[in-house]
Every structure is written in C-alpha cells, then in structure tokens.
Design a binder for this molecule. Sequence first.
Ligand code: UT7
Length: 329
Amino acid sequence: MSKLTAAITGVAGYVPDHVLSNDDLSKIVDTSDEWITTRTGIKERRIMKDGASSDMAVHAVNDLLAKTNTDPLEVDLVIVATVTPDHPFPSTSNILCDKTGMTKAWGYDLIAACSGFIYALATGSQFIETGLYKKVVVVGVDKMTSIIDYEDRTTCVIFGDGCGAVMLEPDTEGYGINDFILRADGSGKQYLVQPAGGSAMPASKQSVEDRLHFVKQEGKQVFKFAVTNMAEVSAEIMEKNNLTSDDVAWLVPHQANLRIIDATANRMGLSKDKVMINIQKYGNTTAGTLPLCLWDYEDQLKKGDNIILSAFGGGFTWGAVYIKWAYNS
Ligand code: UT7
C-alpha cells in the first residue's frame, strides 16, 4: 500500500464584521497610524463584540463542511489551536463539535500561542498518516480582544480576532503535509505571557486590579528571537527537503510583524509575490493567522504547489510545515 499523507482538502475562515482602524486606536491610546504602519504593517484589525472563540469557529467550520461536502457526522477528530478558549474547560473543541453537529468526533484544544496552528496541523496529520482516521478538522482561532489591555499601547495595536479551519483527508499520491519541524523553548516564557488566570496565579481581586489577566509582551526581545528563529527554521525545512527558492510557490508566514515576514522571505530567497500577507487588514490573530492566509489566497493556489508555513510565538514556540497543495480551486 502507498504511503498515506494528510492532504488539506478545504479551507475556510471567519473574521468579525467590526473593523478597528489605526485611527480609531489613536483615540484610545497614545499612538498613530504612522507608528503602527511603519513598525508592524498593520492598518486595521477585526473585533468580536459579542460571543466567544467557538462562535467564530462555528462560522468557519460550517463553511468548511459545506465546501468539502462533508456530513458533520463523518468527522473523526477536531483539534482547536487557541490561547483564548471559551473556558479553561470544557474544551472549545467539545463545544464546537456540539454546535456544528460533529457529534461522532472527539477533540481537544492545543496551546502553542502563535505556533498553535502548525502544532495542530502536525498533530492532526498523524491520525491520517497512521490510517486511523479519514477526516480531521484543524482550527486556529483566537479572540485576542478578550485578553488585550486597551490601556497598553504596546500590545493593543497588534492583535485582532479571527478564525481559520482546514480539513485533512488521506492521500496516496504525496499531496498534503510532507514534513514539519517544530521547536519550543520554555525559557522564553517571561517575554510573552498572560500572567494570571492559570494555576500559577489564580484570579483574585489583586490580579484583576494589577491587570495581570492581559497579555504582557516585551516586544523587542520577542522580535529578536522571532526574526532569527522563523527565518532559520524556514530555511532548514527547505534544505531538509531539497527545495530551492524556485521550487517554493508560497510562504505562509505568521502575521505578527511585516519586518519579521520580510526577513523570513529574504532568508528563503523568495520574492515578495510568493509571500502571503494579510496583516494589514487583520493584525495578529495568533492561532488564526496561517489558516486565514490560506483562506484569503486559496483561489491562487494550484495542485502541486510547494508551500511552507512558518510561525513563531509565545512559549517560545516556533516551526515550519512543508505542504504539497492538493487541489485547484
Ligand atoms: O505573534 C507572537 C510573536 N510576537 C511578535 O513576533 C512581536 C515581535 N515584536 C514586534 O513586532 C515589535 O517589537 C513591536 C511591534 C511590538 C514593537 O516595535 P519596536 O520597533 O520593537 O518598538 P519598541 O518596543 O522598541 O518601542 C519603540 C518606541 C518606544 O518609545 P521610546 O522608549 O523609544 O520612547 C515605545 O514606548 O515606541 C514606543 N511605542 C509606541 N509608540 C506609539 C510602543 N508602542 C507604541 C505605539 N504607538 N503603539
């Protein structure tokens, strides 16, 4: 029997309607469109006024099931990458399965911050490659506005809300996830963290007063690690798979900062027209960035395209995934 690979057979996304522009933010904190645009590349981001992460995921997954002609009862496993689950428990995956009728599936949430989607993709692909499952849904979703401090100009200008989802199915011709390199370094914990709300610092009057339930980031430090590691791991996966820059059709980079994206593309020898970029309209949606890129660019993807997904995030976590695209839209 030929080797099984996990092919992405469909992609869907959802972003809330409400747009928060850089000019809107300059009325809330001491910032400007000029600062945000030149330092990050972000022009606007989407804000979810009501509802939870699972509500965004319901939109994306319902669309995904329709696009791939999948009966919800056929889905075997649902992995939700998120740092903003509906609740610490039950898992957002459980809630999503109930809301979308995927009631024969089991699933779990996976925390790897901005690398969540590639961690989940690599994990989900194993259940397909072993022949155990036929349909695995991988979701990347974050309602970052639920953990962002709108008094902290160093973080509130960066993040937004959004969700993307893909379907994984078995393939015998080599399409789909061909390789991945995933890394983690927990010594980077203090540079990007939500300090309170977990077992290390349960919620208290003091933790709320000290605003410790919000994301804290030492941007310069994170930038330094991100720019090096995302570029290096992307080049490493190319070398490991004997791919030249001509062989790579697309880089799908985590959308945290246009300068990090540019450095990664340069290290890989890729011209800008091969790089998926939507940071200007969504900002950093954490686990949502990569599937939202695939969703936005789906029409331009061709069967056989070599695609490198690459991310860096809190933890630290980082990595790259090499995919051979499985279909023409
Ligand atoms: O997605 C997960 C991984 N995260 C990342 O990859 C993020 C990596 N880091 C970054 O993208 C960048 O470090 C930031 C965009 C967060 C910040 O850009 P920076 O060029 O590193 O700025 P900085 O933190 O060095 O701050 C420069 C100046 C400071 O003022 P002083 O000390 O020079 O007077 C800040 O206080 O800019 C100031 N500043 C702002 N000014 C206007 C910080 N935030 C703002 C703001 N508006 N929103």
